[in-house]
Design a protein around this ligand. Sequence first.
Ligand SMILES: [Zn+2]
Length: 95
Amino acid sequence: MAKKKRNINKKKKQKQLLKSFDSTGNSTVTYICLQCGIAERIPKEIIETIEFLDEDFSPLTAPQFSCEKCGGEMYPQYYRNFCGIEFQLSDVQDK
Ligand SMILES: [Zn+2]
């Protein structure tokens, strides 16, 4: 019983570690299409470029992309911008 519990804790720790990699990572951000659910990995560099180039961009909203398959709106699964504001898919899925 106790052994089982320890395993769960270990798993949780790995998940947290993975999450911190995402927030500091320099690789990619996973975007999910809100319409068809397809996932796409978008290099963080591109997202940051959009943030700086888009005149209408507000740091309070996540940079968004259109789905290549259905043209639907895509939202980051998890993304933290340069202001430290976090965006998660659950933000829009709860609505
Ligand atoms: Zn789509």
